[in-house]
Design a protein around this ligand. Structure first.
Ligand SMILES: [Zn+2]
Length: 88
């Protein structure tokens, strides 16, 4: 009889832990992770076509000790061709 009670309690605890683990906490974690990613993403301006691109996907070059961000390598090539000045 005692053994059945222990098994019952263990099953109830396991069920409660599982329910708690599966349902409310996962949704909160996902949302906070998304928020952090959006906030952490910095936008940079392409000096050639003036498009704003996320820093993680921008084409990055160092010109005269300054870091410039372009939306593509093509824009960097055009920028160099017209001898564009480096903005302050
Ligand atoms: Zn561009």
């Amino acid at each position: 009889m005692f053994r059945f009670m222990v098994i019952g309690i263990v099953l109830i605890l396991a069920y409660l832990l599982l329910k708690r683990f599966l349902f409310p906490s996962r949704r909160v974690d996902d949302r906070s992770r998304d928020d952090r990613r959006i906030k952490g993403e910095e936008l940079v301006e392409d000096p050639q076509c003036h498009t704003y691109v996320p820093v993680s996907v921008a084409y990055r070059v160092s010109v005269d000790g300054k870091t410039l961000y372009f939306c593509s390598k093509e824009c960097y090539r055009k920028f160099r061709e017209k001898g564009g000045h480096v903005p302050d």
